[in-house]
Design a protein. Sequence first.
Length: 228
Amino acid sequence: MNGLKGWVFVLGMLGLMAWGVQRVTQEVAALSQTMVPMREMQGALSTQVAQILHPTPTIVPDPITIVHQVQQLARLETVQYTVEKVVTAEAGQEGLWGALFGDRLLFVAHGVVIAGVDLRALGPEDLWIQDGVLYVRLPEPEVFVATLDNDKSYVYDRDTGLLTKGQVDLETAARRAAEQAILEAALEDGILEQARANAEVFLARLFAQLGFERVVFVTSTPTPAAPR
């Protein structure tokens, strides 16, 4: 009999423990559900704080547009150079004051130079036929575009003095100098000569399609041969 009572007591204790575990599990689940809105609130608050500390810039274009000039172009772009130059710009580096008030930066510039001929300058007097040959006097080649690629150009290094925050317009001056240096590099490399050569090849094919199989490009009007 005592053994039966013992088993009843053990079973009762096991049931009580099972009920306690279930109760604790329910409490934990309820607490977790309560914490979800709190976590969402904390996440939203963190997002708001981040937006305040690092706001996204708002750009609003002026709705008024003024067109100053509309010009018809007949540019034949025949060559493009992609140039890289390294430019050093500095200010206040004279004497012993450079360590205190000097400013120096190293600018890596990537630029594009485009050249060709402007066919608007080509008139009837610049095309003539002599002895079955079409003579063409092309306008002088010129540079149409010489500009920096801002996506690829950057300040590689900048060194300012201990008592200065740097010259405000030093990078602007460096960009200006880099643009001029890129143009000069392209000119020295013969971009205008290449532009003329490419233009002659292109136009020779065009005139051939129009029925002129013999085309000669000249820089001046040839003297007609004396009749025999």
